[in-house]
Design a protein around this ligand. Structure first.
Ligand code: C5P
Length: 405
């Protein structure tokens, strides 16, 4: 069966370009179903789209007697991507704020598929804080925003707000078709980076974690449809855009934030390098230099150990950074901390691991499955980690189904 792309057309001058977009998407081998707003019909007739796509256009009003009474639900089951092009400030605002007052806005709320929007409007409108906020909200929820382009607008103004070139919009659809959406609607907590334990007002005990692995996992999850909460300690790299981030410093802060989200999570991925020790009594002032300084360290609580006692069907994935006996030590941690899967890496190597863009990992599951993955970019390994996590999700679901039967 062909992939079905729902093409939402809203009321802007660029609406006529949607006909070309529909044709080009069909050339990718997809079926196109057009949903139009009432205002769009002032710019281009539904008949054009029906002739091009071979499918009856879903129009703004309520269905007539005898027609499918819930077309937004039927369509939601069939759609694999929703593209809104052109997207006016109005539809962007409605979708960002949960308003459903016609076929397209109702369908958008009911739909689980990847949404792509190509905004087109006057520059002043585009730059309006309300519109910018709505676009930021949508991006944070995983909507892909294409453009707008900068140029001469239909109203005679010059600036940002022009519908992106048709090629760019079609490329975005093509790219989105490649993305797996196997984490759609799952709540996932990812921890990343290293914790810092204060010694005095200016000094701390930290570690070499860069945050790159955790950030790569969070980005991959977001792409694959998850609702991600990223709990980040100290990191060397810029955190990913459009992901909800909770910044923490100490292991205790990370513990509190993780535990407060855990009950509502489906998956926890603990990629953070949590400090094992903290200073028993950190000084509030800067300690003056005066000879030897003895500091007593006490053990931090282990977040995964605490999580293991609160588990209610969540998938828990931990990491192990080891310098020797990597597999044995990793296996021991997996069992001790009641994880479902552990990602083990050898941090004694200079070319992979901490701070590097590369890693080399061994994945071990509770069921005893072991897979080794040679040196690869952390972004590639993040996808592999998620491919393995998905198998655990499916197994968990199958087990639940079996118990129910
Ligand atoms: O025992 P080790 O620190 O090597 O275990 C590593 C795993 O445990 C990582 O997933 C790390 O995020 C987690 N961890 C934790 N709480 C700690 C220390 C580590 O959850 N206090």
């Amino acid at each position: 069966m062909k992939n079905k792309i729902v093409l939402g057309v809203t009321g802007g001058i660029a609406a006529y370009k949607a006909a070309d977009i529909a044709r080009r998407i069909m050339e990718l081998g997809c079926a196109v179903q057009v949903v139009m707003t009432k205002n769009a019909e002032a710019f281009i007739g539904p008949l054009t789209f029906e002739a091009l796509t071979g499918n009856k256009v879903l129009r703004a009003g309520l269905p007539a007697p005898g027609e499918d009474s819930m077309p937004h639900i039927t369509l939601q089951r069939e759609a694999c991507i929703v593209l809104v092009a052109p997207a006016t400030a109005n539809i962007i605002g409605k979708f960002a704020n949960g308003i459903a007052d016609d076929s397209l806005s109702t369908f958008l709320l009911a739909c689980n598929a990847q949404v792509i929007m190509a905004p087109a409007m006057n520059t002043m409108m585009y730059e309006n804080k309300a519109v910018q906020k709505n676009i930021a909200t949508l991006k944070e929820r995983g909507v892909i925003i294409v453009g707008p382009a900068v140029g001469m607008l239909a109203c005679g103004d010059e600036g940002a707000g022009k519908l992106s070139p048709v090629e760019d919009i079609v490329t975005a659809v093509e790219e989105a078709l490649k993305i797996k959406r196997d984490f759609a609607n799952l709540n996932v907590i990812v921890t990343a980076g290293g914790t810092r334990e204060p010694v005095d007002a200016v000094r701390f005990i930290g570690n070499s974690s860069s945050g790159k692995m955790g950030f790569s996992v969070a980005e991959a999850l977001k792409r694959r449809g998850a609702k991600v909460t990223l709990i980040a300690g100290a990191t060397e790299v810029k955190p990913p855009d459009d992901i909800k981030i909770v910044n923490v410093k100490t292991a205790e802060e990370m513990r509190l934030e993780t535990m407060s989200c855990f009950d509502n999570a489906d998956i926890l991925i603990m990629a953070a390098a949590v400090g094992d020790y903290r200073v028993m009594e950190a000084e509030n002032r800067k300690v003056k230099k005066s000879g030897q300084w003895n500091i007593t360290l006490v053990e931090n609580p282990d977040i995964l150990m605490e999580v293991s006692k609160r588990k209610r069907g969540q998938i828990v994935i931990g990491f192990a950074a080891e310098t020797e006996n990597t597999l044995e030590n990793g296996k021991e941690k997996l069992l001790k901390k009641n994880m479902d899967m552990i990602v083990i890496n050898d941090v004694s190597r200079k070319d992979t691991g901490f701070a590097s863009d590369y890693n080399e990992i061994t994945i071990l599951t509770r069921a005893g499955e072991l897979t080794r993955h040679g040196k690869a970019l952390k972004s590639e390994l993040a996808e592999i980690i998620l491919d393995n996590a998905v198998k655990l999700l499916k197994n968990g679901k199958n087990e639940k189904d079996k118990k129910r039967a």
